[in-house]
Design a protein around this ligand. Structure first.
Ligand SMILES: [Zn+2]
Ligand SMILES: [Zn+2]
Length: 281
């Protein structure tokens, strides 16, 4: 079975190596497809997204690599776009201006209902998560997690993208402290979200970044949801969310085994025209 990865970063955003270094490592590990998905620009100062004026440069370099390595590996141009209502531009505008092959829709910054600020649920530091929960949601974890999934559902209903990025990353810094993912209210939020994903024919990526960064022990989405996705016939793909070339292969075997154990016989991949099924072998 050919290895594929559609979720990779680079020096254009918060990745740690140039684009071509990812291509070389992907070739060494016999990947047949490599998709680049830098963080799309956001209209405020930050240290993680592509700068607005670098966006066309990024796109041109990916297309140049696509041509250069055409005989060896399929390369695609994507973006991981943040959905922040009232802040980020529409995904369709991004797609059109860049001529993207695909978009991963992700929520890293949660809008507070009173619009007091943004809760950063990602990143390396638990303290950022804890402080945001306190400052923006008065430590009301159900309100905070509810706002996270409400924002994801709004993104899903808006459509305009193909792949859901690290669906339940909200769990990463929780570390079993504020809520249990077995709680009925949490189950309801996830189930509602999955139903909307199904309705919009989206693909859920299985993303092991939390595991290989040592920030949590689970995949995104958590392993227990994979049989539910299978039951609902929601397609999955395996993306490592690589910020360094070495990340391309990290937890690959573990993730594939979890997907297979959930009963999936196929992964979804992009072939240059459509998203299609590839048999797991
Ligand atoms: Zn992300
Ligand atoms: Zn990412």
């Amino acid at each position: 079975m050919d290895k594929t990865n559609f979720h990779t970063h680079s020096l254009y955003c918060d990745g740690k190596a140039p684009l071509e270094a990812f291509v070389r490592t992907a070739l060494n590990h016999h990947f047949s497809v490599l998709g680049f998905s830098s963080h799309a620009p956001v209209p405020f100062s930050n240290g993680f997204a592509v700068a607005e004026d670098q966006l066309p440069v990024y796109c041109r370099e990916v297309r140049a690599l696509q041509e250069k390595y055409a005989e060896q590996i399929q390369i695609f141009l994507g973006l991981e776009a943040d959905y922040i209502p009232g802040v980020t531009r529409s995904f369709s505008a991004l797609r059109e201006s860049c001529g993207l092959d695909y978009i991963i829709g992700s929520v890293h910054l949660v809008v507070n209902p009173d619009k007091k600020g943004l809760w950063f649920i990602d990143g390396p530091r638990v303290s950022t998560y804890d402080n945001g929960l306190k400052m923006l949601f008065d430590n009301d974890i159900r309100a905070a997690v509810g706002a996270y999934y409400a924002q994801i559902q709004q993104m899903i209903r808006a459509g305009e993208f193909e792949i859901i990025g690290h669906l339940d990353k909200i769990v990463m810094h929780n570390k079993h402290r504020f809520f249990s993912t077995d709680a009925p209210w949490y189950f309801t939020l996830m189930t509602e979200t999955l139903e909307q994903i199904k309705q919009q024919n989206l693909i859920v990526e299985v993303n092991p970044r939390g595991r290989y960064k040592g920030r949590c022990s689970n995949l995104f989405p958590e392993e227990k949801w994979l049989p539910v996705l299978r039951e609902m016939k929601i397609p999955v793909m395996l993306n490592s969310d690589a910020h360094h070339p070495d990340d391309l292969i990290k937890e690959y075997d573990y993730s594939l085994a979890a997907i297979r154990a959930a009963g999936f016989s196929h992964l979804h991949i992009y072939d240059g025209a459509d998203f299609i099924e590839q048999e797991i072998s």
